[in-house]
Design a protein around this ligand. Structure first.
Ligand SMILES: Nc1ncnc2c1ncn2[C@@H]1O[C@H](COP(=O)(O)OP(=O)(O)OP(=O)(O)O)[C@@H](O)[C@H]1O
Ligand SMILES: [Mg+2]
Length: 299
């Protein structure tokens, strides 16, 4: 804990210096860390993460996926891989992150989650700290880190979202999914000071529906929350996605010319182009340690 406070103070000091304020080095972190999250379950997070990851890896980017569904792993399933170890082996001290990490299509790397073990559904402060320290050591190897979170408002969900530089919220046009997306943004903005969210609307029937969802969420969040919502685009509803999940291959690989694959490729390009969150002026280490600093104070 002492280490966290010391490091955090150092980073905070350097952020206050005039040099650091204008420094491009601080404003453009080497590694982009994005969490992909939702209020309601089953809205397409894992589909989005796996397809974007493969799309970026195909473009030569070094990509890491962290499966943060710590008790109900999915990423390995949609990518058709059978990992020998998972994050539970890291949490119980049996393996290092490097030993848990597996390779997926086009050289992308995955930290798979375990399945059916309740033990890590709420990470304690020590495990959070160990995970962050080990991830810090890995981050320089990657251009993009994508964190596939659970749905809902659990402690693990807020932990991974606050740890990321940017939060991408996935919703469908269903009123329940939109209401839950709003509830999650409300929690993250009021309790965890997150001010910018990227939005993807999945399972749309046309681009107008995606825009309509964005406008509604912008209107209600503009009225009641102090946040900025950035619309990345929409993904059409299409049975082919279901088929690709069943075949354990991603759309951008299985049906690269299909309109859904094209929408997902466009999304991955936009994700890379979107300016880094203004709030995110430090490195990955800074954010994760900052969050743990908050956590440590609270406990
Ligand atoms: N655009 C789409 N069109 C049709 N079906 C889709 C689409 N997106 C996702 N699906 C279907 O919805 C299912 C759930 O998607 P996914 O597993 O990605 O959701 P999730 O948000 O990760 O769920 P969880 O909250 O359980 O982690 C997929 O298996 C797929 O069959
Ligand atoms: Mg999922």
């Amino acid at each position: 804990m002492i280490k966290v406070v010391t490091d955090q103070a150092g980073v905070l000091r350097s952020m206050q210096s005039p040099l650091a304020e204008g420094s491009a080095e601080l404003q453009i972190p080497m590694t982009r860390v994005l969490s992909i999250t939702s209020g309601k379950g089953g809205v397409g997070k894992t589909v989005v993460v796996s397809n974007i990851a493969v799309s970026l890896a195909k473009q030569g980017k070094k990509v890491l996926i962290i499966d943060a569904n710590l008790s109900l792993a999915n990423i390995d399933v949609v990518l058709g891989i059978l990992p020998e170890y998972n994050l539970n082996h890291f949490f119980n001290g049996e393996k290092t992150l490097e030993e848990v990490m597996v390779e997926g299509p086009y050289g992308l790397k995955i930290l798979p989650a375990g399945s059916g073990v309740q033990q890590y559904t709420r990470l304690d402060g020590q495990l959070k700290m160990r995970l962050i320290d080990s991830l810090d050591a890995l981050q320089e190897h990657f251009d993009v880190v994508l964190i596939d979170t659970e749905s809902g408002l659990s402690d693990n969900v807020t932990y991974f979202n606050v740890a990321a530089q940017d939060i991408l919220v996935v919703t469908t046009p269903e009123p329940t999914a939109m209401t839950d997306a709003y509830a999650l943004m409300k929690l993250l903005s009021t309790q965890y000071h997150q001010k910018r969210f990227l939005l993807v609307v999945n399972e749309t029937r046309g681009t107008a529906e995606g825009l309509d969802v964005f406008e509604k969420l912008t209107m209600v969040s503009g009225r009641y929350l102090d946040i900025f919502l950035d619309y990345l685009g929409c993904i059409p509803f299409d049975r082919k996605i279901h088929e690709s999940v069943r075949q354990q291959q991603v759309m951008v690989d299985l049906y690269p010319d299909h309109k859904v694959a094209q929408a997902l490729n466009t999304l991955s390009e936009k994700l890379i182009d979107v300016p880094v969150n203004n709030q995110a002026q430090g490195t990955l280490q800074f954010f994760w340690k900052q969050f743990l600093g908050v956590d440590a104070e609270a406990s």
